[in-house]
Design a protein around this ligand. Structure first.
Ligand code: SAH
Length: 220
């Protein structure tokens, strides 16, 4: 069976995707609900709308990608978000992951280095009436010092090495999840603060993310 059967309704595709994610280990009910209620077709370019409920990454503007739903689920689950949490996300992209986080956290701060992507994401947040997202155009590698410390930090672009500047903006018992590595395949890592200034580091899986680049984009 192909992933996208033209006779399927969007609801059938969505239900199949959610069941698939659950069987792959995204088991936290709140995370599955957040994925189920975030309309991914709103975040994908017109050309790929038919494929919005497939479990694959898809191209978006500026040569970037909207992440694969399984990876979004896995990273969100690894963050173990409590309802009162303030979460920082680096790499807004389409805003899909941001929207998922906004259904679980009290406040989500998100940083993007392309103005075009940020503007489009902001319009989607408005359309979906997600009022707990605060956006910024800038270099996310520096974090958001003015709003720090954060309960949780999620990096959705590959950091070349341990993101020290971001770890410094995490609360002592906070959690940071990020793809780490310079090549086309990186390691998804979870850093859990031990409450005393140290971190317990855990390897989650191999992933493929676009790189975390320095500075803001000159193009739109
Ligand atoms: N979470 C996104 C995935 C976007 S891909 C989604 O669900 O659609 C990663 C994004 O990180 C890209 O949009 C890229 O422009 C952005 N990015 C890369 N380096 C960055 C940096 N230093 N600061 C902010 N954003 C960055």
């Amino acid at each position: 069976m192909t992933e996208t059967d033209p006779d399927d309704t969007p609801e059938t595709r969505r239900a199949r995707l959610i069941l698939g994610l659950r069987s792959q280990g995204v088991s936290e009910p709140a995370v599955l609900r957040a994925l189920e209620h975030t309309p991914r077709e709103l975040f994908t370019p017109e050309l790929f709308k038919e494929r919005a409920w497939e479990d694959s990454a898809l191209p978006i503007a500026c040569g970037q990608t909207i992440s694969q739903p399984f990876i979004v689920g896995l990273m969100t689950q690894a963050l173990n978000i409590e309802p009162r949490a303030r979460v920082l996300e680096i790499g807004t992209g389409s805003g899909y992951q941001t929207a998922v986080l906004s259904r679980l956290a009290r406040l989500v701060y998100t940083v993007e280095r392309y103005r075009t992507l940020l503007g489009e994401a902001e319009a989607r947040f408005k359309q979906l009436q997600l009022g707990n997202i605060i956006t910024r155009f800038g270099d996310g590698a520096e974090g958001w010092p003015k709003q720090a410390p954060f309960d949780r930090i999620l990096v959705t672009a590959a950091a070349p090495s341990e993101p020290k500047a971001l770890l410094a903006q995490l609360k002592p018992s906070g959690i940071l999840v990020a793809p780490i590595g310079r090549g086309p395949v990186q390691t998804l890592k979870r850093y859990a603060g031990d409450g005393k200034g140290g971190f317990k580091e855990e390897v989650l899986c191999d992933v493929r993310f676009v790189p975390l680049l320095e500075g803001v984009a000159r193009e739109l």
